[in-house]
Design a protein around this ligand. Structure first.
Ligand code: ARG
Length: 466
């Protein structure tokens, strides 16, 4: 039965009906739509706006639908959306009294209420997933506070660190991704129901009651804003896009670190594949795909922003198109999250190689300059100059870090400032030792095991308390 026959009886062409239905993407709103109708009907009954008998029949029908599940609905493109299909189900079951359900309600407020209810669950689910990933990273970090690692800037050897220190950078980024979603949640958790088409209704509805029944923390203040706004969706998609970025960057490092040239980690076979022609290959396909797919949410964000920019207040049908992009950003990011979590937790770290790299290629040069400042009260810029010259001489002579001793340092300091700095063998050796470098960086946020342990503690408090 066409629930809206009246205004005109003409039929849409099949392709126009197919073009305009949102029923496929609305499937995700099924339980939210039942909840929404239940809360609205209960409130209408409580306020004496609709007959109690009819309300009870509607509520029973909704309960039956919930038990039967989504397949009890007609999901063909015969219906414009799930709201019409649900109303049709109730009408078939109880007859014309079903029509009371739509008193003082429009699909305009219904759809955005449903999206908000569903999105709240999605956000909570993703927060749990992120926290579980952070917990895994923290466990890995605990085991690697003394595992030497090389840190890069410009993808050039920079300074030695530990694997735990690098892992805790991931954990902190993910924590912010998590907190961002928690913050967005507050703006999703506001109830637009009761806005009706756009100006509310002349019926004495109790909006705060449906807010309570639906478990929202606030009622939306303006009904035009209620049906128009999708900023909450754009904001959530930004959060997912940002989370995707974090995950894509982790995936990117897995690709780089597992190459023969870096050789720092090995990806587990479960997350690798081989080549159809080169029998020796072990390719990090899953990491590459995570990196590639991490861009999808950006596209969804741009699409949503462009859609909501291009329309006047209040409800415009364009808004229907926002919803599938919201779900796609969420699904895609959640999938990457699961994959990157699994992949990172199953890598093997090649400690011999990371230790070798941590001390190689003059990565400890900053500390040698620092020792000159600390022990000989040399201005840092002068020390920087001497050490810079030491490195360029050593590179020209084909000497590596291990061959730099007190005499070598003195020879260069004579050239640069006319006198030997004379740090002594022990200080030079210690300055160039990657483990000593790492252990000296005890300041908050630093790579010393003691500092990383502190950072792990802070992260554990976050995981346990929020
Ligand atoms: N399917 C629509 C959407 O997702 C529901 C609201 C339709 N309202 C309307 N007046 N046609 O936005």
């Amino acid at each position: 039965m066409d629930l809206r026959a009246g205004r005109f009886d003409g039929q849409m062409t099949d392709d126009a009906a197919k073009f305009s239905t949102s029923i496929n993407d609305d499937k995700r709103l099924f339980y939210a739509d039942i909840k929404c109708n239940r809360a609205h009907t209960t409130m209408l009954m409580e306020e004496g706006i609709i007959p109690e008998d009819s309300a009870k029949k509607i509520l029973n029908a909704l309960e039956q639908l919930e038990k039967e599940g989504i397949n009890a609905l007609d999901l063909s493109s015969k219906f414009e959306d799930i709201h019409m299909s649900l109303e049709d189900y109730v009408t078939n079951l109880i007859g014309p009294e079903a029509g009371f359900m739509h008193t003082a309600k429009s699909r305009n407020d219904q759809v955005c209420t449903d999206i908000r209810i569903t999105l709240k669950d999605e956000i909570q689910d993703t927060i749990l997933k992120i926290k579980s990933f952070i917990a895994t990273i923290v466990e890995m970090a605990k085991e690697n506070t003394h595992t030497l690692f090389i840190a890069y800037t410009h993808l050039q050897h920079a300074q030695p660190t530990t694997f735990a220190h690098h892992l805790m950078a991931y954990a902190n980024e993910l924590r912010r991704d998590c907190e961002r979603l928690m913050d967005t949640y507050k703006r999703v958790d506001i109830n637009p129901l009761g806005s009706a088409a756009l100006t509310t209704t002349g019926f004495p509805i109790n909006r705060d009651r449906t807010t309570e029944l639906l478990g929202f923390s606030k009622t939306m203040d303006n009904s035009i804003d209620g049906v128009s706004s999708r900023d909450f969706a754009a904001e959530a998609v930004f959060d997912y896009a940002m989370l995707s970025t974090t995950l894509g960057k982790i995936a990117d490092e897995i690709v780089i670190w597992s190459s023969y040239e870096f050789g720092m980690i090995e990806c587990s076979n479960q997350y690798s594949s081989t080549s159809s022609i080169m029998p020796q290959k072990k390719n990090p396909d899953i990491a590459e795909l995570s990196r590639g797919k991490s861009t999808i949410a950006y596209g969804e964000l741009m699409t949503i922003l462009a859609m909501i920019k291009g329309i006047p207040h209040s409800y415009n049908r364009d808004l229907q198109e926002v919803t599938p992009h919201l779900w796609n950003a969420i699904d895609n990011t959640n999938e990457i999250l699961g994959i990157v979590h699994g992949m990172l937790s199953t890598i093997t770290i090649n400690k011999d190689r990371t230790e070798e790299l941590a001390g190689a290629n003059f990565a400890t040069a900053t500390e040698l300059a620092d020792v000159m400042v600390r022990n000989k009260k040399l201005p840092f810029r002068t020390a920087h100059k001497i050490v810079g010259r030491i490195v360029s001489d050593a590179v020209a002579e084909g000497i590596n870090t291990n061959n730099i001793d007190n005499d070598y340092v003195n020879k260069v300091s004579m050239e640069v400032m006319g006198e030997p700095i004379d740090l002594g063998e022990e200080l030079v050796r210690q300055a160039l030792d990657p483990l000593k470098n790492v252990k000296s960086r005890t300041v908050k946020g630093g790579c010393a095991p003691i500092a990383v342990e502190e950072s792990i503690k802070i992260m554990e408090e976050f995981l346990n308390n929020e």
